[in-house]
Ligand binder design. Structure first.
Ligand code: NAD
Length: 510
């Protein structure tokens, strides 16, 4: 495989961004380098915004929120529907931007845009179903109910690896819930953010009677994220990224009694039981372990395989790995694109070295170099074979490394699966119904996602997404995740003409 000639991709990225309405020169002149991992070339150098700029964006979004919260929710849904329509029209261009900036293969770049379209559809339906409860009162002539109200400005901090979809999940729900959003994207994925923002702003401009500042974008690194986390007018911060980042952000928000949705690192596993359909398991494992070059929060990192199957499964996986098309994600047929940068490659090598020193046998993991592109980091996915899991398997390395760990009985498999600090995604390949049920039961997987006969990766928007333990406990996207974006009021309404007190309390004042 070859890479496109120097200069081709930066020019392509710039012209796509322009076609999506981004005025790139207006943001240039700083030291935040927009880079494509496909060739490692710089596309632009953007200015970081200051904490004062972040505060300005929050104030604008707050002022817009005061009007937006009064717009009937189904009308808010109309705006989100229009946004989904515009994304459909620009899906190819935006998907290509994701490919160029995050290095995802084309179908995944497009899939990421599709995720936003899907959550827009979901949110439009939701805009007519933001329902509360009616609750029986113990007092005669009284009624109790729950009302859900818009919350305020939602701060959204996103990671590089889902540069568009994670913002979409948050923003579509927040908008129909009557909130405004200030988005601080990853400094490694600024072009995608600018493009999404431009599409959003053009959508909203077609509704001139509505407040125009309900979706703001701030560009910067950790200081911009910190300014968002600290701002008293941001009642909810939804932060996606490493556990390290969550540890810094969560206490800052908690210190001012703000709320967080934390979507942090994972260390996801699949159990392969003796009854598993191995053809299906090999396909599921390969997609989950090497797809997106191992850079999904839900990437399969630990394969817990019954000892009786270990050799056969390893042989099949190694043979699948040997023929993996690795190279430019723009080329049809490529399945493994680049790592995001040199630091990611170094972290991968350090984890492989630690695996070797802790007793694993390592296959793969070498760099695939492309002459003339020293800043592009492509790596062969690696397999680490363990007798007993070493310390390194307890950590998330954001690269395509699959640790293969044998087990002897089901309880041991579940214990290994759960014995890590993270709790995002998990799965089991089995045709034994009782085993499958035990895996998804209270005594089974301790993760936010527990699948049967598919890998841990590749969630749909209909379910709540998120994980336990060091993954942060947040839930986004489908099911009733919307409730985190609203505030709940309990109302008691007295239509009796008397004033009986709850719990039989007497308080007569003559
Ligand atoms: P990262 O933690 O380096 O950065 C994520 C975001 O946090 C960026 O926008 C960054 O600027 C910001 N940030 C960093 N320090 C901050 C601080 N002190 N205050 C405020 N903001 C700060 O993560 P990354 O390398 O971009 O992404 C990879 C990580 O994200 C992996 O650990 C992956 O598992 C995780 N991730 C989790 C999910 C999920 O849903 N659980 C989804 C995608 C990625």
């Amino acid at each position: 495989m070859t890479l496109p000639p120097p200069g081709t991709l930066p020019e392509r990225a710039r012209s796509l961004a322009k076609s999506l309405g981004v005025d790139l020169p207006a943001h240039e002149g700083g030291d935040l380098v927009v880079r494509t991992p496909v060739t490692g070339e710089a596309i632009a150098r953007l200015k970081a915004q200051s904490p004062a700029d972040v505060a300005g964006a929050v104030e604008r979004a707050h002022a817009a929120f005061l009007a937006w919260r009064l717009v009937p929710a189904p009308r808010r849904g109309e705006v989100v529907r229009a946004f989904g329509e515009r994304l459909r029209a620009h899906k190819a261009a935006l998907g290509e931007i994701v490919t160029l900036e995050a290095g995802k293969i084309r179908s995944e770049g497009l899939g990421e845009v599709q995720e936003i379209i899907d959550i827009c559809d979901f949110a439009v339906g939701l805009s007519r179903q933001l329902h509360g409860l009616t609750i029986a009162s113990e007092r005669p002539g009284h009624r109790m109910m729950e009302t859900w109200h818009p919350l305020g400005v939602v701060g959204v901090i996103t990671a590089f690896n889902f540069p568009a979809a994670v913002w979409g999940w948050n923003a579509a729900l927040a908008f129909v819930c009557g909130d405004s959003v200030v988005w601080k994207p990853s400094e490694k994925a600024l072009l995608t953010a600018l493009c999404c923002h431009a599409i959003w702003k053009t959508t909203l401009a077609a509704f001139p009677d509505l407040p125009q500042d309900i979706g703001e974008l701030v560009i910067g690194g950790a200081p911009a994220g910190e300014a968002l986390a600290d701002h008293p007018r941001v009642p909810l911060v939804s932060a996606t990224g490493s556990t390290r980042m969550g540890r810094l952000v969560a206490p800052r928000v908690a210190a001012r009694f703000g709320r967080t949705i934390l979507e942090l690192g994972g260390n996801n596993a699949a159990i392969v039981a003796p009854s598993a359909d191995l053809d299906l398991a090999v396909r599921g494992i390969a997609f989950s372990a090497v797809g997106t070059a191992g850079q999904r929060c839900t990437t399969l990192r630990r394969l817990i395989v019954h000892a009786s199957l270990r050799d056969e499964l390893l042989a099949r996986l190694k043979s699948a790995y040997a023929s993996l098309p690795i190279g430019s994600p723009l080329e049809a047929g490529t399945l493994v694109g680049p790592l995001i940068d040199g630091a990611a490659f170094e972290a991968m090598q350090a984890a492989l070295m630690a695996s070797r020193s802790q007793g694993a046998t390592v296959t793969g993991g070498a760099r695939r170099e492309f002459a003339g592109f020293g800043e592009a980091f492509y790596a062969e996915p690696a397999i680490c074979e363990w007798g007993e899991a070493g310390e390194v398997t307890r950590h998330e390395t954001f690269a395509p490394i699959l640790h293969v760990i044998p087990y002897r009985d089901f309880d041991e498999a579940v214990a290994i699966q759960n014995d890590v600090p993270q709790g995002l995604a998990s799965s089991i390949f089995t045709r034994d119904l009782a085993e499958a049920e035990r895996f998804v039961s209270a005594a089974g997987s301790d993760c936010g996602i527990a699948n049967v006969n598919i890998g841990p990766s590749g969630a749909e928007i209909g379910g709540a997404f998120g994980g336990e333990k060091e993954t942060g406990g947040g839930r986004e996207s489908g099911s009733d995740s919307w409730k985190a974006y609203m505030r709940r009021a309990t109302n008691t309404i007295n239509y009796s003409g008397a004033l009986p007190l709850a719990q039989g309390v007497k308080f007569d004042i003559g």
